[in-house]
Design a protein around this ligand. Sequence first.
Ligand code: NAD
Length: 479
Amino acid sequence: IPVDAFDLVIFGGTGDLARRKILPSLFRRMRAGQMPATARVIACARGKMTRKAFQQMIREALLEFIPRPEDRPDDLLAQFLEVLDFVALDATGEAGWAELGEKLRPDTVRAFYLSVGPALFGPIAHRLHETGLATADSRIVVEKPLGHDLPSARELNRQLSESFSEHQIYRIDHYLGKETVQNLMALRFANALFEPLWNAQHIDHVQITVSEKIGVEGRGGYYDKSGAMRDMVQNHIMQLLCLTAMEPPARFEPDAVRDEKLKVIRALDPVPIGDTVRGQYRANGTTGSYLDHVENPDSRTESYVALKVQISNWRWAGTPFYLRTGKKLRARLSEIAVMFKEVPHSIFPEVSQRRGNALIIRLQPDEGITLRMTIKDPGPGGMRLREVPLDMTFADALGDMAEEVPDAYERLVMDVIRGNQTLFMRGDEVEAAWAWTDAIIASWEDDRARPEPYDTGGSGPEEALALMHRDGRRWREIE
Ligand code: NAD
């Protein structure tokens, strides 16, 4: 179903995020028939550039980021480029704003996507309000980093709220736009099978892993001020935790869903330092160490973190959530693993049932859902048990439809145009998440210990294995 005509203004429209994600996603939506040809996308960026040169730049970006020619037929490419316009505008200066104003159409959905550094969020919001370019129905889109800690996140929320009301502010966490993450909600709340088991009585623990193969090369300056906790846990992993742990909302509506997520964050116990592990990757053969890529040779910033987290509410008391994320690990993998308890009594004592069922929600690579079951090993060899996966890899299960699983940004940008905030974070959610992560970071700062070194290409520091072992559990393989 096509959305209404819209004017989408992308501040920072020549930047990496716009070229790699936002514009290719819009192109795919046009290909899917969802983006009307009457839409306008107006990129604003510093520096002079003609409309033609900008169109050429995006043409090249589309050729690069949508590599298969059959996915970007020439006529469609031409049609898409026609939608694009460019205004040279310095967010902190005077030039360009009037020209932008002339291009915006009345009575058309209007959205401003701030694909620029966070220092510009407040000033741009202010100018949009002051110049009258933002109407009462306009939307503003911002994305991480949404603050560096609780005070800066509050300040950012304050600045945005001076010019926009909460129902106009779309805070992107692109993990929420992933098909599997939305499927987690469908799985939980549209099937009678799981929800009765979805609690501490039946679930032994939950593991959430976001593992990266890449290091901090090229981003060392930014990353060293951030670290895994701020870069991954406060936002993406927190969102996954919330969707896994939240109570069923009364309706699938923005505030109903976000209220439930907020309750989860507020129910998180403070994490004792002994339930945290920080790591930093060391050199391995020809690959450099974390410290080779950052300015400060004594940096104590973590490129890996593992946490044991307790949620103090009726559903989850006693069932820990183990979270881990790191760079330079063996594989690129993001998953939520819900590990069920073993059967209360095994009738096959000679083949002791070693493991309970597990539900694995895989975000990348190969988005999909797997249920680990125990069955009888086929053959006449007696009652031997074996674990098998009931596997639903979207690409296989959905056949041609999933030839390209839609990118998270496709869904999210269209939701902005539709005015649906369900998959966007509310200001109070972001602040609550910072309050919780700030306390952990502060305990590390007091502690002054160095992060544990770990080998590149491995599965993280020994101490993270120990965090599980001492509870008689173990991490799933990163592979
Ligand atoms: P970038 O440096 O590639 O692009 C920045 C863009 O902002 C350019 O178009 C530049 O012309 C414009 N710009 C800078 N100062 C300006 C000013 N004063 N007035 C007008 N335009 C100005 O950065 P990026 O990688 O595209 O990232 C943009 C933002 O999105 C950053 O805050 C980043 O942290 C965030 N982000 C990026 C990614 C990503 O994948 N690149 C992912 C998530 C979040």
